[in-house]
Design a protein around this ligand. Structure first.
Ligand code: FAD
Length: 343
């Protein structure tokens, strides 16, 4: 496999706190790699409430989740962090030389001196279809995200869900797939009204079909491929629906996942830290933002920002053992101006 990337710091999670951790490390001249299981940065702010206003960021009277993320990205630009998206950190282990081996689900490997866990409520995973045995078709005929749209051209596809992802993909595949059926448990949708209107128009024109019901079973052929699902309608009747591919968009739910296996002191799915450095029980591993717990913890973005600052100072001795670290003001420090590229 590939050579491991050697680095001083890895940040797990690109939510607001992970992004600001890049800034605080950057001021101390520590370069970071940032890893997130999602395809885009911003954590809960972008995944759960991109257009909702936040009113309690100090000195920012109001901004949306997306705006906060965009501003954080702008603020950390001088530090040139490397982002590794679409991959979950699966393994963290201490090495004999005191550093850590870290691996992601995409096979990216790192050797790092310090780790900052900014994993929020855990890594967001697609909610799965709860039908016994259907997981055997995962990533062959059953998909929770679309990575290669071309695969579905000319095929009979069924898309489950009533939110934006389900609607967007259904509309996208009309005219490309042989047939498109949207399957939702009720005749109400959480998606953008314009997409819902478009979907209804396409159904009226027989270009796609909407079925109200839930998947309650499946049928496989002798070769073991999925050739149909059983759909139970609101009338209680179960009907067979033939298909080539099934796509499910039931939204994302967070899971603590592999973090639970790294030898960290965890209490109720939260990582315990001290409030001086926000370091965990494993020296060199820090935890900041929603993922950590300590007496008086409040799951607020502003608390996470403070934690990121102290964690950076706490980590500096691991990276520069011989250097005395002084706090400096960004306003007046020529050194920080140089680092920020504003001299
Ligand atoms: P998150 O934003 O949760 O980001 C964590 C990231 O880590 C995620 O992107 C996740 O995919 C990634 N991750 C997790 N595990 C792994 C892994 N193993 N490998 C790779 N990546 C991983 N707070 C406020 O201060 N003010 C508000 O007004 C406010 N309003 C809110 C409204 C709503 C509807 C919600 C849901 C929350 C609100 N919050 C608000 C809370 C705020 O969003 C959180 O405190 C904040 O997002 C925490 O940031 P974080 O960076 O710690 O974690």
């Amino acid at each position: 496999s590939h050579m491991a990337i050697e680095t001083d710091a890895i940040i797990i999670g690109a939510g607001p706190v992970g992004l600001f951790q890049v800034f605080e490390l950057g001021l101390l001249e520590i370069k970071a790699h940032v890893i997130d299981s999602l395809a885009s940065v911003g954590g809960q702010c972008v995944e759960l409430y991109p257009d909702k206003p936040i009113y309690d960021i100090p000195a920012v009277p109001v901004c949306t989740g997306q705006e906060l993320t965009d501003n954080l990205l702008k603020q950390i630009e001088p530090f040139g962090a490397t982002f590794h998206l679409n991959q979950e950190v699966t393994l963290v282990e201490k090495r004999d030389d005191g550093r850590f081996n870290l691996e992601t689900s995409a096979g990216t490997r790192f050797v790092t001196k310090t780790i900052f866990i900014a994993a929020g409520v855990g890594s967001f995973q697609p909610r799965t279809l709860k039908v016994d045995g259907i997981d055997q078709f995962d990533n062959s005929q059953l998909f929770y995200r679309v990575r290669e749209p071309a695969r579905f051209a000319g095929k009979n596809i069924v898309i489950c869900g009533g939110g934006d992802s389900a609607l967007d993909w259904a509309l996208n595949f009309v005219g490309k797939a042989e047939s498109v059926i949207l399957l939702h448990r009720r005749d109400e949708f959480r998606a953008a009204p314009a997409s819902v209107a478009k979907m209804r128009e396409l159904c009226d024109n027989y270009e796609m079909q909407l079925i109200i019901g839930q998947v309650t079973g499946y049928e496989a052929n002798d070769e073991g491929s999925l050739n149909g699902i059983k759909v139970t309608g609101l009338d209680g009747v179960t009907r067979r629906l033939p298909l080539d591919y099934l796509m499910v968009f039931f939204g994302l739910s967070p899971k603590l996942g592999p973090i639970a296996e790294w030898g960290l002191d965890i209490e109720r799915k939260q990582i315990k830290v001290g409030t001086e450095k926000f370091e965990t029980n494993v020296p060199g591993i820090f935890a900041v933002g929603d993922i950590n717990t300590y007496p008086g913890k409040k799951k607020l973005i502003l608390s996470g920002f403070h934690e990121a600052a102290l964690a950076a100072f706490g980590a500096a001795p691991y990276i520069f053992p011989d250097k005395k670290i002084h706090m400096q003001y960004t306003t007046t420090s020529p050194k920080l101006h140089k680092i920020l590229g504003v001299e």
